[in-house]
Ligand binder design. Structure first.
Ligand SMILES: [Zn+2]
Length: 131
């Protein structure tokens, strides 16, 4: 079984980092979405623990799903929109674009945002409309 992979990008003047999450389970579907979330939360918790003294997880943009243009894998990330993301699965670079009109992924994001205790700010509300 492949294990999930996390890619961390740091933003230096701010002392923050973004996280790209590549699941061991792909495609993500209704059967494995709960396992997917569990695996993400565990991996993220580990990262946050290790980096807590040096940097903070960025809050903007909130996490969203994008898709690799090479292998079509879903990637969960909080990088800036339209930024280049290297795929851990196929090594191709894509520009991040939030996936729209996918109810399952939208529901997953709601759980992720709730888990991270993002206050329902104007930012988050705007994102809900976008997704
Ligand atoms: Zn790929």
């Amino acid at each position: 079984m492949k294990s999930p992979h996390i890619n961390i990008k740091t933003y230096m003047p701010e002392g923050t980092y973004s996280v790209d999450f590549f699941p061991e389970l792909n495609p993500i579907d209704h059967q494995n979405i709960e396992n997917y979330l569990q695996s993400f939360f565990m991996a993220l918790q580990q990262v946050q623990k290790e980096l807590s003294s040096v940097a903070k997880l960025r809050e903007v943009p909130p996490f969203y799903f994008t898709r690799c243009s090479g292998c079509q894998m879903y990637i969960l990330t909080n990088r800036d929109l339209n930024s280049s993301i290297p795929c851990h699965n196929c090594n191709k670079n894509s520009n991040t674009q939030p996936i729209q009109n996918n109810l399952m992924l939208k529901a997953a994001l709601m759980k992720i945002w709730a888990h991270l205790n993002n206050p329902v700010s104007k930012d988050t509300t705007a994102w809900l409309h976008l997704l």
